[in-house]
Design a protein around this ligand. Structure first.
Ligand code: MRU
Length: 354
């Protein structure tokens, strides 16, 4: 299975996802700014993957501050470290895993004011590694919980890429698919190509092909017809942010897929870790939606496909209302309606565990 990133102690190597599937190349990041750039440019993408990459970026940020003032105490570095945190959070606004991971690292630094900067660097590095490792384990648990929902010979449709490439390994929506494949109950994955940047075609189809998992690529405008003609058993997608009422932000186009699934009475599942929940937001109306450069719509892989003066609306995500969602598959089990109550119960349970 493909590796999205590798930490080397003083640098982070990222698989360049903008080049896939034509080229398998990596980017060596020696400082947090380059990791931030990679997140902006989608060289690393997918909510859990950008969370882990940003956690390692925070460690690089701390190391840089420490190297500039070797005798400084941890307390003196904190104001500058807060700026590093803010810069990284600003790189992509929708996926909450990014803010979740950098806040975790920053909060840990806050608790160690008396430690030497070097000791703090080691503790932060341990936490970043932990965030990375935990993500893989969490995805495995999501996979088991989700595969249990599928019938034998399951046909599943997915949108964008919520696979090993979007995480630290295994995947969320594709983690469910991988587990169903291991269990011998997966007949076919239909992958939406996912305009404008083709994460479904370039990444999902590639990732599944690489691992011998049956995949059929469709363009986005084929999803409803595929539902009507191909006897699908489920739609499973990932998430970038889930509000306290279950409304879910995911790659643009997910909302339309959910509407079509509802019409065809096909169960529509979100697969996501707890780090993707934003309990502070009452509903999806409060989720910030990233808008990206118009050229992503007016070009396809660098080839101009529209008049250059054409006005463009390019939201990178949409919000699927929770009443279209059959279940949210997490590492703690599958949540279903009533979401407000059930998400609150899960939040309380997590607080008790802390
Ligand atoms: O713009 P992207 O490619 O980062 O969007 C990715 C998605 O929308 C994924 O479905 C989501 O981040 C979940 S990844 C496990």
């Amino acid at each position: 299975m493909v590796k999205t990133m590798q930490w080397q102690g003083k640098s982070l190597t990222l698989l360049d996802q903008t080049k896939l599937p034509l080229e398998i190349t990596t980017i060596l990041c020696h400082d947090y700014r380059r990791v931030g750039e990679a997140i902006k440019r989608l060289e690393v993408r997918g909510a859990p993957a950008i969370g882990a990459a940003a956690a390692f970026a925070m460690v690089l940020g701390w190391q840089e501050l420490m190297d500039a003032c070797p005798k400084a105490t941890a307390t003196t570095l904190l104001p500058a470290f807060e700026k590093t945190k803010a810069e990284l959070i600003a790189t992509r606004p929708t996926a909450v895993n990014l803010a979740w991971a950098v806040e975790k690292i920053y909060t840990l630094a806050l608790t160690l004011p008396e430690e030497s900067a070097a000791a703090v660097a080691l503790t932060l590095e341990t936490l970043a590694n932990q965030i990375y490792e935990d993500d893989i384990n969490v995805n495995k648990r999501i996979g088991i919980n989700g595969a249990a929902l599928l019938p034998k010979k399951a046909k599943v449709l997915t949108h964008c890429n919520a696979g090993a490439l979007a995480t630290c390994g295994w995947g969320t929506a594709l983690g469910v698919v991988r587990q169903a494949f291991v269990d011998g109950k997966l007949a076919m994955v239909y992958a939406d190509e996912t305009r404008p940047l083709l994460q479904g075609a370039r990444l999902t189809a590639w990732e599944l092909e690489e691992d011998g998992i049956p995949v059929t690529l469709i363009t986005d405008n084929m999803a409803a017809w595929t539902m009507q003609t191909q006897q699908l058993d489920a739609v499973i997608v990932g998430a970038d942010r889930i509000a306290a009422n279950g409304d879910t932000a995911n790659k643009i186009g997910t909302y339309g897929v959910a509407l079509a699934a509802k019409h065809h009475r096909i169960p529509f599942y979100i697969a996501a870790p707890i780090s993707t929940f934003d309990f502070s937001l009452a509903d999806g109306g409060h989720i910030p939606i990233e808008e990206r450069d118009a050229m992503e719509v007016k070009q396809l892989q660098g080839v101009v496909t529209a008049p250059q003066q054409a006005k463009v609306f390019n939201p990178a995500f949409d919000v699927t209302p929770s009443d279209l969602i059959t279940g949210i598959i997490t590492e703690y089990g599958v949540l279903s309606a009533p979401y407000v109550e059930n998400i609150k119960k899960l939040q309380n349970k997590l607080q008790e565990e802390d």
